[in-house]
Design a protein around this ligand. Structure first.
Ligand SMILES: N[C@@H](CCC(=O)N[C@@H](CS)C(=O)NCC(=O)O)C(=O)O
Length: 260
């Protein structure tokens, strides 16, 4: 058998996208290194110059080549993959026995549709709500209901755990965090309205789904209680920058929101 290749993940603690990849790596039982990138005020220059060249987004996965330290350029012989959903498909391919995707083609299609729904429907509603971009509470709740409708009666997105669940869960963990932090980008009373709706009978299935995911060791490893000590200050810095400059991230700048 050939030697397993080294895996390095570039990630930022407050971003849900690398969290997707960490969940898949943990579920696969992979050995991997993480290099942390700061996204707010002190982003490391070398990352966009030498690693995710000209893009600078996380996650970015390097497969193969020698051990990497912060500031190094990955070896040209390594496989380099951006984009969380593509990285997780790649991991499903290189760990074929880890069950990251089902083998049944119909379930594989379902898993991909579930992940696609998260990016095309849930994510705009979520970002629009938490960053004060005018998404009404009901718009967010409707997309959560859309996720709920895609779930089978029991278990995970396609029955057994898969990378479809990795695509969704980082956003539900962050929704919970944001409702608790209640930043000034969210209109007064709206966080409480979302919380109340999520705790109601309307969302009973998705609550069970989230609890089933939270009970897995992959989540305990990547989102333990201590994570709030690092992630909450990073999120607050992101909101502070947004309130001062309108910058949400490297792609999105909005009119400076009026404080709630
Ligand atoms: N579609 C990408 C989205 C990745 C993304 O937007 N990452 C953001 C963090 S949330 C980023 O790295 N932004 C760079 C920056 O803000 O400097 C994926 O799924 O990986």
């Amino acid at each position: 058998m050939s030697e397993p290749k080294r895996i390095t993940l570039y990630a930022a603690i407050d971003s849900p996208f690398p969290h997707r990849v960490r969940l898949a790596l943990e579920e696969a039982g992979a050995t991997y290194d993480i290099i942390w990138i700061s996204l707010i005020y002190d982003k490391q220059d070398w990352y966009e110059k030498k690693v995710n060249v000209g893009v600078g987004k996380v996650p970015y996965l390097v497969y193969g080549g020698p051990k990497l330290n912060p500031g190094d350029a990955p070896s040209p012989d390594s496989v380099q993959v951006p984009e969380s959903l593509v990285i997780n498909e790649f991991l499903a391919d290189i760990f074929p026995n880890a069950g990251l995707l089902p083998t049944d083609p119909a379930l594989r299609a379902k898993a991909r549709l579930f992940a696609q729904y998260m990016d095309t429907k849930f994510l705009p509603a979520f970002a629009g709500f938490i960053f004060g971009l005018g998404m009404p509470v009901e718009g967010l709740l409707a997309t959560i209901e859309g996720v709920q409708r895609m779930l089978p009666a029991e278990g995970f997105a396609v029955g057994e755990w898969s990378i479809a669940d990795a695509a969704a869960m980082p956003f539900f963990m962050r929704l919970d965090q944001v409702l608790e932090l209640n930043p000034p980008t969210i209109k007064e009373g709206e966080a409480a309205r979302v919380r109340e709706a999520l705790d109601s009978a309307r969302f009973v299935r998705i609550r069970k789904y989230i609890a089933d995911n939270v009970a897995r060791p992959s989540m305990a490893k990547t989102w333990d209680r201590d994570v709030h000590d690092t992630i909450d200050p990073e999120f607050k810095k992101r909101i502070e920058r947004l309130m001062k400059t309108g910058k949400v991230n490297s792609d999105i700048t909005v009119p400076i929101p009026a404080p709630a």
